[in-house]
Ligand binder design. Structure first.
Ligand code: EPZ
Length: 420
């Protein structure tokens, strides 16, 4: 096991290159189960999570070649219908193989994903949608046993108590594309990653209307074909580096990001006095000496992303003044508060709110990574803090940030790894 060591307090400058979107690549990889043809997918980030999904696809009978961020997925024999606990339990995103397996094989045995530190993370909306299309499902031994003689298109409402669900939308879409007749999904997730999946499925020959909106109309087809596709940039990785620039009062350039996916973040940064704009397709972050405290509430897209909440809190910890942070998607996603306070932040929880009293400086300390984005918040705090920070359990970071050490070093951060 290794720890990430950061010597903080240094000014940052230069350019960060953004990788392909993890949360787009995962459902798109699952969608390759819908065809025996070869699919070539570019701009796939080499991450713990994408490698886990590749392992899962191989265990289901796919042949996968992954070289230089290009994935070639093909199939020789028949698919296997069992998605094993050992893989699904390590990465929740793999649950979205359920829809395509039922659509393709008419049966599937998929392990229920565990919860995680950010919340219970139920799958009731996934099951509700698949059941509506005619899937029979039992839960036994921690697995979903699903079977469907013939999936039939229906009207499905996928809104939950926390609003739309990204992966439930993906799962139901990937079942509906091969169902008989028309499926209407209301309260579909509008995230750019679902838009990217829609493009991928349409490229395979699926008939889908309403791309990117809350109502998707899908007309089932008999067969889908292979496709060549390039994954969209990772807006959460881009947002993480933009917030890093703001928290360290640095001016950074961000290459390969899509500014149109970041409106909620740039709007809040504008309020804080941080300018983010595009110049010849490169994002520029311009910060000032002081940053104003800004309150944030997260919502499903196009709202402020829950996956940037922890990072934004790390930045607010260093503002002069008080800000309130509320997560409407995962109300308990505050595990990073305790770790930030170990570095001298002054944050307290009051019910569903985190009250952030800004401080002048943070001080380096040994801290524990927990979920992927909380860990990113600790990296931001460590780079901004005076002194040395040691981040333990950095495998959490490796799930979602490609070449993190190299990207940080390239903009002047002093980071290295040591044995635990
Ligand atoms: C996706 O998870 C992302 N993961 C998460 O990113 C992200 O935090 C989340 O969407 C919200 O944006 C991937 O795309 C692989 P949801 P997902 O279903 O689809 C509740 C990261 O750091 N809900 O949109 O699993 C749920 O509890 C990860 O990259 C139900 O109630 O999230 C949550 O409160 C972390 N019933 C809300 O909906 C369900 O059946 C949104 O969850 C499903 C979800």
């Amino acid at each position: 096991m290794e720890k990430l060591v950061i010597e903080g307090g240094l000014p940052l400058k230069g350019t960060v290159e953004i990788s392909g979107s993890k949360n787009s690549a995962l459902p798109i990889l699952a969608a390759t189960l819908l065809t025996e043809d070869e699919c070539v997918i570019r701009n796939v980030p080499r991450l713990r999570d994408t490698l886990t999904m590749i392992k899962l696809l191989k265990s289901l009978g796919k042949t996968v070649d992954f070289t230089d961020n290009v994935l070639k997925v093909s199939q020789k024999g028949k698919l296997n219908h069992v998605a094993d606990y050992s893989l699904v339990s390590t990465m929740r995103g793999s649950f979205c193989v359920l829809g395509p397996l039922v659509a393709k094989l008419k049966k599937a045995k998929v392990s229920l994903p565990g919860g995680c530190v950010i919340g219970v993370r139920p799958v009731d909306l996934h099951l509700k949608g698949l059941k509506a299309l005619g899937t029979k499902m039992d839960i036994d031994g921690g697995y979903i046993h699903a079977r469907a003689a013939q999936l039939k298109g229906r009207h499905v409402y996928l809104g939950g108590v926390f609003g739309s669900s990204v992966l439930a939308t993906a799962n139901v879409m990937m079942a509906a594309v091969l169902a008989q007749g028309e499926t209407v999904i209301d309260s579909a997730a509008c995230e750019p990653e679902i838009e990217d999946l829609t493009d991928f499925l349409i490229g395979m020959g699926a008939k889908i209307k309403g791309k990117g909106g809350p109502r998707l109309v899908i007309t089932g087809v008999k067969k889908l074909k292979g496709i060549k596709h390039s994954v969209i940039p990772d807006r959460i990785e881009a947002g993480t580096y933009i917030i890093l620039a703001a928290a360290t009062r640095s001016n950074l350039s961000i290459k390969g990001a899509d500014l149109t996916h970041l409106a909620a973040l740039t709007d809040k940064l504008e309020e804080a006095g941080v300018k983010v704009f595009e110049e010849n397709k490169i994002l520029k972050v311009k910060t000032k000496k002081t940053i104003k405290p800004v309150s944030v509430t997260t919502y499903p897209y196009p709202g402020f992303p829950t996956d940037l909440q922890a990072q934004f809190m790390a930045m607010m910890a260093l503002c002069q003044g008080v800000s309130v942070i509320t997560d409407k998607v995962y109300p308990d996603r505050f595990i990073h508060i305790a770790e930030l306070n170990r570095m001298g932040a002054n944050i307290r929880r009051e019910g569903v709110n985190a009250i952030v009293q800004g401080v002048k400086t943070l001080r380096g300390a040994p801290v524990m990574a927990s979920d992927l984005r909380a860990s990113a918040a600790l990296v931001i705090a460590g780079v901004a803090a005076k002194g040395k920070t040691e981040i333990h359990r950095i495998y959490h970071l490796e799930r979602g940030y490609e070449n993190l050490d190299a990207k940080l070093s390239a903009i002047g951060a002093k980071v290295w790894r040591e044995k635990e």
